[in-house]
Design a protein around this ligand. Sequence first.
Ligand code: UAG
Ligand code: ATP
Ligand code: API
Ligand code: MG
Length: 492
Amino acid sequence: MKKLLKDVLKKVYVLKIIGKNPFKFIEGISMSSKIVKDNMIFVAIKGKKKDGHKFIIDAIQKGANTIICEKSSFSFIPIHKHITYVFVSDSMEALGVISSNFYDHPTKKIKLIGITGTNGKTSVATILHQLFSKMGEKNILISTMGIKILSIKYPTTHTTPNIIEINKYLDISIQKGCKYAFMEVSSHGIHQKRIAGLLFQGGVFTNITHDHLDYHKSFDHYLSTKRLFFENLSKKAFALINSDDENSHQIIKKTLAKTYFYGIKKNSNFKIEILKENMNGNQLLIDGHQILTYLIGRFNIYNLLASYATAILLGKKKENILKKIKYVKPIKGRCEQFLSNSGIHIIVDYAHNPDGLKSILNTLKIIKKNNEKLICVIGCGGNRDIKKRSLMGKIVYETCDISIFTSDNPREEDINKIFNDMKNFKSYLNKKSILTFVRREEAIQTAIQIAKKKDIILIAGKGHETFQEIKGIRYSFNDMKIAKNLLKTYNK
Ligand SMILES: CC(=O)N[C@H]1[C@@H](OP(=O)(O)OP(=O)(O)OC[C@H]2O[C@@H](n3ccc(=O)[nH]c3=O)[C@H](O)[C@@H]2O)O[C@H](CO)[C@@H](O)[C@@H]1O[C@H](C)C(=O)N[C@@H](C)C(=O)N[C@H](CCC(=O)O)C(=O)O
Ligand SMILES: Nc1ncnc2c1ncn2[C@@H]1O[C@H](COP(=O)(O)OP(=O)(O)OP(=O)(O)O)[C@@H](O)[C@H]1O
Ligand SMILES: N[C@H](CCC[C@H](N)C(=O)O)C(=O)O
Ligand SMILES: [Mg+2]
């Protein structure tokens, strides 16, 4: 793709330009000097760890012909002939405008829905992707598990990719005939302006509970970051809010968007009634119509209702949605089940914060009878929220019959420090012991050795992940695969 610089800079709030050459061609945009190629724009961003302005020389050596940078960082910048320097007050905001210009404004051509909240973003986005595909509507999914355009998958590194990637993939999807885009909007993504300049048709709020306080420092900051997404929606957009969440009104305090509520407990625009809940599926009453869904767990009832309501707000016919929504399949690593030959129930779930754990454990209580044991294998990620660890440890300890603490993705942290944090809680129960194994495979193995027929083993925290990240290296690891192999080994 090739564009004139003057077109790429349209509507960018420019403070000053050096080396102006509007007829220069641009062949790409990058915010990382590491991947700059000939005739690209390099956008210097001040990060948490590094300052992109320090990599301007590197970017020029790799072929960048234009530099976007912040005036305040002028002292860092070496001036080269033939290079155009564009000074802006906010590089990230400028990057939003530039990438939208470069890819011909994808969000003016596709209906983009952003899904935000502590838990349920991947689930709702994926349900919408499946539902719309089943209704014959081509769409793109942008989620933790990667990007999917029709049935082609593209790997990503972040739940909400950077704004260049978002525009690039939206453009590809438009070329392939997609009319809808369902995208997860993480709080990191909002705060780091990875969604700058995107026009959203709607925003969906799932819930907000304790997580990411390593990054946000306080719950208030986390909440106000999520609120910012709704504040920036236009008055033509819709905001679809979980009315049962205690912060539902906070989230939409200053939104211009037309607000709708969905929920089970409180009065809402979109309601659902639970007729039967079990491990084979849920029987539900949506808008007076009975449906049976393969998705299990109360949390998935919220996810399903949010998806139904989104489809209605996007103008889809109720009868058509209801006809197709029952065929939505369970989502990888979200309450993924396996029943072994000897009758041991394995559940792999991505619960990685206190509320996620409560949700999945409440679901498992539905199938647990008195004599069956609930065994949980759990770890907490390293270099992430420390305060959530003891809350997660306590929930598991007080709910499960056997608690096995192990590693998740320790990243750069000492695993024994993580174990200490997980065990740092007071409990009314003091008889039970907690087993700890550094090696996650050993923890799963122990759970399988202990388990008897009909016992339930919950392996939590890593869901679909196919690796374990330890000291910068990603080792291949998949909870469900390991569990199935071990069940075979022990003939269980
Ligand atoms: C805490 C966090 O989110 N950090 C993100 C942030 O990093 P940073 O501010 O430290 O960036 P930096 O390393 O200082 O670099 C600053 C700039 O210099 C540039 N640079 C740097 C080095 C170089 O040689 N050349 C160069 O040009 C970088 O490309 C960047 O533009 O900006 C980087 C570039 O966009 C991100 O990759 C990085 O994500 C890190 C790796 C990360 O793990 N993020 C996670 C926590 C995250 O974002 N998670 C959310 C999901 C959370 C949820 O569950 O809801 C997500 O959306 O994925
Ligand atoms: N609506 C919900 N309410 C509460 N818990 C939920 C909900 N949906 C899913 N969960 C729990 O949270 C876990 C993660 O779900 P999901 O991947 O959909 O969330 P997410 O918001 O995309 O997470 P991430 O922040 O990692 O992207 C699930 O495995 C389940 O345990
Ligand atoms: N999106 C979540 C994923 C956490 C998954 C868990 N396995 C971990 O590594 O902590 C986060 O960035 O906090
Ligand atoms: Mg996700």
